[in-house]
Design a protein around this ligand. Sequence first.
Ligand code: AMP
Ligand code: GLY
Length: 417
Amino acid sequence: MRVCVVGSGGREHAFATTLSRYSEVVVTPGSPGIKGSTAQPATEIEADLFVIGPEGPLVEGLADRLRSEGRAVFGPGSDGARLEGSKAWMKDLVQAAGVPTARYASFDENETNDALKFLSTLAPPYVVKTDGLAAGKGVLVTETYFDAAEDVRAKLSGAAFGDSGRRVVIEEGLSGPELSLFAFCDGEKAVLVPTSAQDYKRLQDGDIGPNTGGMGCYSPMPTISPADLDEMMNKAVQPTVEELRKRGVDYRGVLFAGFMMTADGPKLLEFNVRFGDPEAQVILPRFEGDLTETLFQVANGHLQEPPSLSEDAMVAVVLASQGYPTSPQIGDVIYGVEQAREIDGVDIFCAGVNQNPQGELITGGGRVLNVCGRATKLETARDLAYKGVSVISWPGMQYRTDIAASIRIVDNKEEAV
Ligand code: AMP
Ligand code: GLY
């Protein structure tokens, strides 16, 4: 089979590497770090299957355009992508489906006073979200009413996030550990990808500093049981798929559901309509068997075999450029990638990379490389990832040193050390 992967980051590199075990793969637009990259747009590429990585093209309707020409696509149309593209639409849908989620209300730019009134009926922490896509930066969680009110004004006026923010969702604040799961959905049914992954969102060790797209990740999480995952599938994912069907949405792709494990049980925080980045980098390579065939079945509405994953652990450490996330510096020559790749159990996925006229890899974005370690034990996978990191360098390279480090099992529960 010939597969076209759409996107240019570490997630798409992990897709390309995994799918190429069984298939011929092209990646658009890809990057100089990803084999098989082409500048040809997806709509001009001949392929048996299209796999769309990022949310942007899904929300904009790329899957619809490809499907209208009879192509098989892994990824929802713009109707299903609203689950991620509009938080207000998502909350209304999951509420109608009876999914446990935080109490909320949504307001548009003419409703600032109503929004502030609703805010004042809530107890801290206050949660204010942009309705539209905001690259993971549209959510404010604060203990202070004043900050929340300021944020509502800034978002609704368009000052903070332009049009993405002119509608906001205000939610009751929940507390508890967070968990994400992934499910394949073929339009009829959702099937769990049987693993869990933990993402590290903050820039610096110890979860401090600004939020990022994700500075590292590991999978599986040792304390999440299959029963936990089944409960969330039954209470949240399956009812959502039912509700989508009722509304005529034929959702074919992956659903990435984020939960908070509250004292009242798991509550749904968000849906994404694509794999996480860097979560994909620690999950996709562990698929056993032909992943292309599975994605093809999803795309055609007939997922037959539930996916099976290796029990190995994987850890991904993100190497980011100087100045990330506010003003990433690009153009620095990256040293040591090939040397790191030679280490057994180490894999490197390229995210924001480019090439200079001499053919050397240079930094080309904020998150630059994902250095992954894979082993039967999580600690070994972690050591391998950091061994890979130790031979890579460029000026001002940033990374966290505590990815998968602070996991200690106490009474069968994870604790930060
Ligand atoms: P979201 O993009 O909706 O998942 O929100 C991003 C992050 O904000 C989540 O991963 C949580 O850490 C936090 N968050 C979102 N909603 C809530 C909530 N209702 N209560 C507390 N924290 C939340
Ligand atoms: N790593 C989180 C995301 O992809 O949204």
